[in-house]
Design a protein around this ligand. Structure first.
Ligand code: CMC
Length: 431
């Protein structure tokens, strides 16, 4: 029989702590009353062992390399679905029927435009502004233009705010790119689906119409699906934490975009390309970069390797590597960085340092190479990650809001290591 309590002894006293179990074998010791009852807090920097919530959205088994959204294997979803279908699944908990998907797509069309005044924002960022900063700022500003955070349903059963966010973030992402290259904006078309529309807004020009290739659309759907949720990662935890203070959905998502920006998280796909370019430009001196990553006196890391949770392989990376080979073959493309990436992976897979620490390619290792093949510029890669992660952030935020039992502000504690209380010294006596 499985235990219902763990016991903790401090000095002569023993405390009983309830054990909580998930539906797929996760188990946790519930310490919520520990401080109140014992005066002790737990210390877990980097949240290596802290469950911050219960969630029914994503299941992840890092030892077995399993990732499921709402009970469906990521491999099945990536093979059979569009991103819009998976976004619906993540938000609603079930795969859509034909009619439900139709309504959901209608929402994406209905809310895809930005308030025309917002277009001026893009004129006032400097030409080399980071697309992630533009995205975070502009998403936050949506609240100024659409302040009514009503619960009114859009066609697809979403709240209007959710539908607006999903539809407008894609438009913001494409507009930020067009502005950065000084080209006229391309507005969303009612005739195109989610991924086609994004590619068209990015690459169509009045003087050079963009031909939408099904292979590119399919690869983009796959990439966005693979990024759609990943339980309590840094940016999702940020979205939940900001939302727990009562901040609105736009503000919470904008904070999530900022958290994602870092090179240890969503900025890694961009950093991988920089790393591969460096190796290429350095006469393919792989050993130099591998040695740097292993040197404990050097903060350098091989970006695209390692993961907090996956200790065998990242299932997303497997699918992306295959998709990468497929798109290169179908479109008859060549990129020296793909060869560099494969050779680096091969060398790392035989290196004792990486084997001992379970460091395998993660989701970001090959995704940037596909984005490059699509013509997406490197500084837009984290934006692509954000577009994919958006349904997950919104679903996690909504789940947190609906969890009335645990509705409280997120507020960790700390072990204070500063000065003891001391006497105030007036300015003239401070020497
Ligand atoms: N290159 C070299 N050494 C590494 C790497 C790497 N990429 N990643 C981890 N290590 C070493 C690390 O130095 C440590 O060694 P030791 O035990 O000797 O001190 C050990 O492996 C464990 O690393 P950690 O930093 O304690 O692991 P973590 O769970 O805190 O960090 C990580 C996870 C993803 C931040 C880290 O592996 C990393 O920095 N990877 C490179 C950045 C990257 O690719 N990020 C994308 C992650 S996947 C998508 C996402 O989450 O957004």
């Amino acid at each position: 029989m499985s235990e219902n309590f763990a016991t903790l002894s401090i000095g002569e006293t023993t405390y009983k702590l309830p054990i909580v179990r998930g539906t797929r074998g996760d188990k946790a010791i519930d310490i919520r009353k520990l401080f109140k009852e014992t005066g002790y807090m737990t210390l877990d920097s980097g949240y290596m062992n802290t469950g911050s919530c219960s969630s029914s959205i994503t299941y992840l088994d890092g030892a077995k390399g399993i990732l499921d959204y709402r009970g469906y294997a990521i491999e099945d979803l990536a093979k059979n679905c569009t991103f819009t279908e998976v976004a619906y699944l993540i938000l609603h908990g079930v795969l859509p029927t034909f009619d439900e998907l139709k309504s959901f797509k209608q929402d994406m069309r209905r809310f895809a435009l930005l308030h025309e005044d917002m277009i001026h924002f893009f004129d006032h960022f400097p030409p080399n502004a980071s697309p992630m900063s533009i995205l975070s700022t502009t998403v936050n500003s949506l609240h100024n233009y659409y302040p009514e955070m009503d619960e009114e349903d859009a066609y697809g059963g979403l709240t209007v705010t959710t539908a607006r966010l999903l539809a407008k973030t894609r438009t913001i992402a494409a507009f930020s790119y067009k502005k950065s290259i000084g080209h006229p904006l391309v507005y969303p078309s009612p005739k195109l689906n989610y991924c086609e529309n994004f590619l068209n807004m990015m690459f169509d020009r009045p003087n050079l119409p963009y031909k939408i290739k099904p292979e590119v659309v399919s690869a983009l759907n796959k990439l966005l699906i693979l990024h759609a949720d990943h339980e309590q990662n840094c940016s999702t935890s940020t979205v939940r934490l900001v939302g727990s203070s009562g901040a609105n959905l736009y503000a919470s998502i904008s904070a999530g975009v900022s958290a994602l920006w870092g090179p240890l998280h969503g900025g890694a796909n961009q950093a991988v390309i920089v790393m591969l370019e460096d190796i290429y430009a350095d006469d393919k001196d792989f050993e130099k970069y591998i040695a740097k990553a292993k040197d404990k006196n050097d903060p350098y890391r091989l970006t695209g390797f390692g993961h907090r949770v996956y200790k065998t392989f990242d299932p997303r990376a497997k699918i992306i590597k295959k998709a990468c080979d497929e798109i290169f073959k179908k479109l008859e493309l060549e990129d020296p960085l793909l060869d560099i990436a494969k050779e680096l992976e091969e060398r790392v897979s035989q290196d004792e340092y990486f084997i001992k620490r379970n460091l395998y390619p993660n989701v970001d290792f090959y995704s940037g190479i596909i984005y490059r093949a699509m013509g997406i510029p490197t500084d837009m890669f984290p934006v692509m990650f954000a577009l994919g992660r958006l349904p997950g952030w919104i679903a996690q935020w909504t789940e947190m809001k609906e969890d009335r039992e645990n509705a409280r502000i997120g507020r960790p504690r700390q072990i204070y290591t500063g000065n003891k209380r001391r006497e105030y010294i007036p300015m003239k006596e401070r020497g």
